[in-house]
Write a protein that binds this ligand. Structure first.
Ligand code: UDP
Ligand code: MG
Length: 313
């Protein structure tokens, strides 16, 4: 059996199109399936559509959250409740082409790989400035993190159950899936494809949200910003040592001209700024730690058509 996890947030327009398409693809694959739709607190008719689909199709499971918990939580709920031998995650907006699934499955069945991940090789249809920042982000995070994060990687991937179990075992509260997939390892086949635009509805990500998500990724998967603070501190200490030496020597050679108020003020302001910046970095890590130690659940399922569930986890 193959489990497909589909996070849905306000997808009333895209869902019927997605369902028709995935049904066609699954029909051609002749495998048993469970379609796990996770309704992430949608404010439109998404849940009604899902209920309707579940009535017509035994393979449809819906998990409906008590509020919007975000795509990461929706994917986690899917992983926690998937029973298939193979598990896949895909978006409801057709940006993850269902037509790739049969090829992905046959690669896994050959046994050489544990997961097949997709990577868009173009960013066609995306604002250029967003693409530029995205590329900088991937270059940076791969330098400073030990998780392997591939440029253009989508969350769309098909994996063996054991890999899905490893993802469930990564119970961290601050989730960054691209990092988690990379961190757990396993043999992954990368399948390239051309970027596809959303079929209907609107993206839930604006530039600012993506930017914050990127910062989250860095903080969750790297300690480099913390060591930056230490290295910069050492650098400043060395510089100030030579500055003191210079001033002492000048005092002995030229006497004591009282001047340099402006430069002193500049130095104080500069050092103060650097200190606040470094404290901010520390604060980011402390805030994440705070959220982790609270051990709040990732999601709460308020409604579902399945009885045996991890309702809160
Ligand atoms: N999504 C979700 N919860 C959210 C935001 C998005 O479950 O809070 C789902 C959404 O319904 C879609 C997928 O995550 O199936 C990807 O979202 P979107 O297409 O908006 O992101 P993009 O493809 O633009 O990165
Ligand atoms: Mg999308």
């Amino acid at each position: 059996m193959i489990s497909l996890i589909v996070p849905c947030y306000n997808e009333e327009e895209a869902l019927p199109i997605f369902y028709a398409e995935i049904k066609k693809v699954l029909g051609s694959m002749k495998t048993e399936y469970e379609l796990i739709f996770v309704n992430d607190g949608s404010k439109d008719a998404t849940l009604d559509i899902l209920k309707e689909l579940a009535k017509q199709d035994d393979g449809v499971v819906y998990l409906s959250f008590s509020r919007n918990f975000g795509k990461e939580a929706a994917m986690y709920a899917g992983f926690c409740n998937a029973h298939g031998e193979y598990v896949a995650v895909m978006d409801a907006d057709m940006q993850d082409p269902p037509a790739l699934l049969p090829d992905m499955l046959s690669i896994l069945q050959q046994g050489e790989y544990d997961s097949v991940a997709t990577r868009r090789v173009t960013r066609k249809g995306e604002p250029p400035i967003r693409s530029w920042f995205a590329r900088r982000f991937y270059a940076l995070i791969n330098k400073i993190s030990d998780a392997d994060i591939v440029d253009g990687a989508r969350d769309f991937r098909l994996m063996k159950k054991e890999m899905a179990d490893a993802i469930v075992a990564m119970g961290e509260y601050n989730r960054f899936s691209k990092g988690i997939f990379g961190w757990i390892g396993y043999r992954t086949y990368w399948m390239p494809y051309e970027n596809v635009n959303r079929i209907a509805g609107e993206t839930k990500w604006n530039f600012w949200k993506l930017f914050k998500y990127a910062i989250d990724g860095v903080i969750n998967f790297s300690q480099a910003p913390l060591s930056f603070a230490s290295w910069f501190g050492i650098f400043m200490t060395v510089v100030s040592f030579f500055a003191v030496l210079f001033i002492v020597v000048r005092r002995m050679v030229f006497g004591d001209p009282v001047e340099g108020w402006a430069s002193t003020a500049c130095i104080i302001v500069f050092v103060g700024g650097v200190q606040l910046f470094c404290m901010g970095i520390m604060g980011q890590y402390i805030a994440k730690t705070y959220m982790e130690v609270k051990k709040r659940p990732h999601y709460i399922i308020a409604e579902s058509n399945r009885a045996d569930l991890e309702k809160v986890k």
